[in-house]
Design a protein around this ligand. Structure first.
Ligand code: GDP
Ligand code: MG
Length: 441
């Protein structure tokens, strides 16, 4: 809700709009919560700042405190930030053989995740997958992948001693091509810290394999360091997505927010244990609740908002039954429509209004138009809103100017108001208003 719209809610709620002070107080707590969840400091700072601007001036729902309301706003924004575009589980693996490159620090869970993903692709998508370990530093690591392969029934590239990572990548590509595999997965070696040699090796492998997907595997429990890792890998190798492991642990998973904020790349999967089935596609809602550690508050505010909307609907319905429908009522309707998916969404739900919705659409009545109408009503005086009959030429001019629009728009609004007032009267008379109430829920 914009600052302007919140004016209406002031009358309807006990606490009115969020002040800059409310927001600041609540966000101080949110910032601590983010840092405790291991979100990196610069990311936490930037996030809180962006939310602060959005929260100030928004309406407080009856029966929650301003602090709780801010947490809800933060939660919603967190989900928005965490969620990438499209389906996180949809990997680009057409045009066989498609290469998938797995990168990350040592111990982050690359080998485990490679096998988990291979199992998923085999079982759920019927893909023929070949896995290859490029971890020449640790023979045990190559064995590890071979053992996992046997366990899950996925082929691994035979180990040849003395080859370097690039040679293994080339051989994997060949085998995948001639062996008729859909996908070949390259499990690279990690280091304890980012170093030049590691980056050069991964780059060389990338150039050979030209991977469709390069997934950065990050331990979900790492906090501040996650940012460096993401920046380095994305900058030097280029990644297409992130997998967060150890999300089954006690950590609150703040790394997820850091990853999204720093790389802008989608988080694809989360690892939830050592077992081969412990991999799920990323869900922003779940992780957001966990990062904030304030899930109860979010649920409370959602509940309160629902009740508030039901009360508001009840109040409006009573007015319609009495045949009352002024500009305030219209504005209430317009606000509600915007929230509920625009004109089409609302009208479509109201029996007998389908035709009107079609006319409205034909007349170019979209969400932008909705916002213009609301702006016009906002620039009316209290008296004018209560009694639209007052609106003569000079007042129309003033109102149009106030909203930065033409007088013709005011006329259109008045016409719509008259039409809606008539309809509302009819609906009110049709009795009990159960239908209208239903339509507004
Ligand atoms: P790599 O060095 O990056 O290849 O890491 P590994 O795949 O060898 O994993 C290191 C350790 O972390 C192993 O003991 C794995 O079983 C464990 N591990 C990997 N992913 C997860 C996870 O999602 N949850 C838990 N609890 N352990 C994991
Ligand atoms: Mg490994």
């Amino acid at each position: 809700l914009s600052e302007r719209l919140s004016g209406v809610f002031d009358k309807l709620t006990r606490q009115g709009a969020l002040t800059a002070e409310d927001v600041e107080t609540a966000l101080r707590e949110v910032r601590v919560a983010l840092l405790e969840a291991d979100v990196s400091l610069p990311v936490a700072r930037a996030f809180v700042k962006s939310v602060s601007a959005k929260a100030t001036g928004s309406a407080v729902t009856k029966s929650v405190t301003p602090g709780q309301q801010v947490v809800k706003i933060v939660h919603d924004e967190l989900i928005r930030t965490l969620r990438g575009e499209g389906d996180p589980g949809a990997l680009k693996i057409d045009n066989p053989p498609a290469a998938m490159l797995m990168v990350g620090l040592q111990g982050s869970g690359k080998t485990t995740t490679t096998a988990k993903l291979a199992k998923r692709l085999t079982e759920r998508q019927g893909k023929r997958v070949l896995m290859a370990s490029l971890d020449t530093n640790r023979p045990a690591a190559m064995e590890q992948l071979a053992i996992l392969g046997t366990q899950i029934g996925v082929d691994t590239l035979p180990i040849i001693k003395g080859e370097n990572a690039v040679q293994i990548a080339k051989r994997a590509k060949q085998q995948a091509t001639f062996g008729g595999y859909d996908v070949y997965m390259l499990d690279t070696a990690g280091r304890l810290h980012i170093d030049e040699a590691l980056m050069a090796e991964v780059q060389a492998v990338r150039d050979v394999a030209q991977p469709r997907e390069t997934l950065l595997v990050v331990d979900g429990l790492t906090g501040q360091d996650a940012v460096n890792v993401a920046t380095e890998f994305d900058g030097k190798v280029g990644i297409t997505g992130v997998v967060l492991t150890r999300m089954d642990g006690d950590g609150r998973g703040g790394a997820a927010l850091s990853m999204r904020a720093i790389t802008g790349k989608p988080i694809r999967f989360v690892g939830l244990g050592e077992k081969m089935d412990a991999l799920e596609t990323f869900e922003a809602e779940r992780v957001a609740g966990r990062i904030l550690g304030m899930g109860d508050i979010v649920a409370l505010v959602e509940k309160a908002q629902e009740t508030f909307e039901a009360e508001q609907a009840e109040r409006m319905m009573k007015r319609f039954q009495k045949g009352l429908f002024n500009m305030n009522d219209l504005k209430g309707q317009l606000d509600q429509m915007l929230k509920m998916g625009g004109m089409q969404g609302v009208m479509g739900m109201m029996p007998g209004m389908g035709k009107m919705a079609k006319q409205a659409e034909a007349a170019g009545f979209d969400d932008k138009a909705l916002r213009r109408q609301i702006a016009l009503i906002n620039s009316m005086t209290k008296k004018e809103r209560a009694n639209p009959d007052l609106l003569q030429a000079s007042r129309k001019k003033r109102i149009a100017a106030g909203a930065g629009l033409e007088v013709a728009e005011v006329n259109r609004l008045l016409k719509m108001h008259r039409q809606m007032a008539d309809t509302m009267k009819k609906i009110g008379k049709m009795g009990k208003g159960g239908m209208l109430k239903q339509a507004m829920q």
